[in-house]
Design a protein around this ligand. Structure first.
Ligand code: 6PG
Length: 241
C-alpha cells in the first residue's frame, strides 16, 4: 500500500518533499556512493527544485554524488520554454555543483523523437545501477491520469522491452520522450507530487481502491516504495477510507 500524506499548503508539501529528497539521497549515498534520481516535469515540481537549491537543503546534499535524469521531456529544443530540462536547469541545476556528466538530459536534438528515445534508453541502461534501477523517481499526475508521458490510449502504455520510448500525444499535438512502465516499476522509491484543486477528481479516482483501473497511473506495478504527497486542494475530494 502506498504511503499517502496530505499537507495543508503547497509550501508545506514542498518542504517535506525536500526533506524526503535529502533523506533518500543520504541513504543511497551511504549504501552505494551515488544517488540516481529522475526528475518530474511540468509545473508542480519547480518550487521543490527551487527550494533544494537554497538552504537549509542545498548544504545537506552531496551534489557531487547525484546523477540526475528526466522522467520525460517534450520534444523541443533544450532552451525552449516548454523544456523540462530548461525548467530544472533554471530552478536547480544551475545553482548546485552536480558534475555536468552526471546530468543525463533527454537529447531532443535528434532529428526524430524515436531516435531521441532510443538514445535515452541506451543512456539509462549504461548509467543506472544494474542498468535499470533508479533510486528515486519524482512523478506528477495529469488530470487525465497520465504520469511522466504515459498518456491514456497511447502505444507507450504497451512498451515493456525498453526503458524509454517516444509518444505522440494527439490532444497536445506534440511528441514526448518518456520513461516506460518497466523503468518506473523497478525504481527503489517513487514520490508523486500533486497539488491544486484541478487534480482533486483524478486523485480521488486513483487512490480509491474500488475505482475501475482505467488510468495509466493505476497500471503501474511498482516494486519499490510509493509515496503520494498531496496538498489539501488536491486531496479535498479524497475520502480517507
Ligand atoms: C510533463 C510531466 C507530466 C506532469 C503532469 C502534471 O512533462 O508535463 O512529466 O507528467 O507531471 O502533466 O503537470 P503539472 O505539474 O504541470 O500539473
Amino acid at each position: 500500500m502506498a504511503n499517502i500524506q496530505v499537507f495543508p499548503t503547497p509550501a508545506a508539501l514542498y518542504h517535506s518533499a525536500a526533506e524526503y529528497w535529502v533523506r533518500t539521497a543520504k541513504r543511497a549515498i551511504e549504501r552505494a556512493g551515488t544517488f540516481h534520481i529522475a526528475l518530474a516535469g511540468g509545473s508542480t515540481p519547480r518550487a521543490l527544485y527551487q527550494l533544494l537549491a537554497t538552504e537549509p537543503y542545498a548544504g545537506q546534499i552531496d551534489w557531487r554524488r547525484i546523477h540526475v535524469y528526466f522522467g520525460d521531456e517534450r520534444y523541443v529544443p533544450r532552451d525552449h520554454p516548454d523544456s523540462n530540462y530548461r525548467m530544472a536547469r533554471e530552478a536547480l541545476l544551475d545553482s548546485v555543483a552536480i558534475p555536468p556528466e552526471q546530468i543525463l538530459r533527454i537529447q531532443t536534438e535528434f532529428p526524430e523523437p524515436e531516435l531521441a528515445a532510443d538514445d535515452y534508453a541506451q543512456v539509462l541502461q549504461s548509467h543506472l545501477p544494474e542498468g535499470e534501477i533508479f533510486d528515486l523517481i519524482l512523478l506528477g499526475l495529469g488530470a487525465d491520469g497520465h504520469t511522466a508521458s504515459l498518456f491514456p490510449e497511447t502505444p507507450i502504455l504497451t512498451v515493456r522491452d525498453r526503458l524509454a520510448a517516444a509518444v505522440y500525444v494527439k490532444k497536445l499535438k506534440a511528441w514526448r520522450i518518456s520513461i516506460t512502465y518497466p523503468a518506473v516499476e523497478k525504481a527503489r522509491q517513487i514520490l508523486f507530487l500533486v497539488t491544486g484543486a484541478d487534480k482533486a477528481a483524478v486523485v480521488t479516482h486513483v487512490l480509491s481502491p474500488s475505482a475501475d483501473k482505467t488510468l495509466p497511473v493505476q497500471h503501474l506495478q511498482a516494486q519499490g516504495e510509493v509515496s503520494w504527497y498531496l496538498d489539501a486542494e488536491a486531496a479535498r475530494k479524497w475520502e480517507v477510507t
